[in-house]
Design a protein around this ligand. Structure first.
Ligand SMILES: [Zn+2]
Length: 299
């Protein structure tokens, strides 16, 4: 059971920025309180980033010289700290996947940057750690088939775009249909839910879909994007899951991986509750549930 965290996951943003950067620390704090000692990953090397992104974009990120038009789509400037954070985040997801292949489960307390496209970031995502990890492991022959279960409330458009035509990659996304991104990029399986979908409807839909996904994809590895933005209180979500519903979601996914005997690496994903302590606890509960550990109660 390994959780990856690096202090460099938190990069300074302009004062009052809407992105809740401190949630990585509050999630780490909640995991530490639950007895987890996170391990620090290393920055992903350039050649790994090239498995999912165009060389020109990778070099611009590494040099902190990203086109301002792309930075506007991302939602913040790619400063040297943001560039390092993005590489560390990819390193954390890749390391989690390697650890999961050897030991069954691992998590990255960051990542799930599913809006990053082959030639540019978007929606607070700079480098697509999920697509890079899937494509990198497939290229290296470490796995033959990877299922990406994207549970974030927003569709995994960047992951679908980065993995289009990559044999052995199966990107699945369950999301709010009317939410960002306006233009979806179709993955292997997409389930668009109506606004206001509640626990019962969500869990029924997911539990109906998972057996077929595992039977058809026959994955050697599952990468989970465990965004908690389907929560009813989320600022950017349009669904109505409760805290218990999110834990039930993650328990469903864990059980599906266990039943199929497939290792699982989890990433943090989106979450925009204005109360970052509460948000960190929600993310921690999600990762702990995916790990099969007890989730601390919400206050
Ligand atoms: Zn999201």
């Amino acid at each position: 059971m390994r959780f990856h965290f690096h202090p460099g996951y938190v990069a300074p943003l302009p004062a009052g920025h809407r992105f809740p950067m401190s949630k990585y620390e509050t999630t780490r704090d909640a995991l530490v309180a639950a007895g987890i000692v996170p391990v620090a990953p290393e920055e992903a090397p350039r050649d790994l980033l090239l498995t999912a992104h165009a060389p020109a974009y990778v070099d611009a990120v590494l040099a902190s010289a990203v086109d301002p038009a792309i930075e506007r789509r991302i939602g913040f400037a790619v400063t040297p700290e943001v560039s390092r954070r993005s590489r560390l985040s990819v390193g954390g997801t890749f390391a989690a996947a390697l650890h999961a292949l050897a030991h069954g489960f691992a998590a990255n307390v960051a990542g799930g940057s599913h809006h990053a496209m082959p030639d540019g970031g978007a929606g607070y995502c700079v480098l697509n750690d999920l697509a890079i990890t899937a494509a990198g492991l497939l290229r290296a022959g470490r796995v033959q088939r990877v299922l990406i279960l994207d549970l974030d409330v927003h569709q995994g458009d960047g992951t679908a775009a980065c993995l289009a035509g990559v044999a052995g990659a199966f990107p699945f996304s369950i999301h709010a249909e009317r939410n960002f991104p306006a233009r979806k990029v179709q993955g292997w399986r997409d389930i668009g839910l109506p606004d206001g979908t509640d626990d019962a409807r969500y869990l029924e839909t997911l539990s109906d879909a998972l057996p077929g996904c595992f039977a058809e994809a026959r994955p050697d590895l599952v990468l989970v994007q465990a965004g908690v933005d389907p929560h009813a209180d989320d600022r950017l979500g349009r669904l109505a899951l409760s805290d218990e519903g999110l834990v039930a979601r993650d328990a469903l996914v864990r059980q599906a991986c266990l039943s199929a005997g497939v290792p699982c690496a989890a990433t943090l994903g989106g979450g925009y509750d204005p109360d970052v302590r509460r948000l960190g606890l929600r993310h921690a509960r999600s990762l702990l549930t995916l790990a099969g550990l007890p989730a601390p109660a919400m206050p």
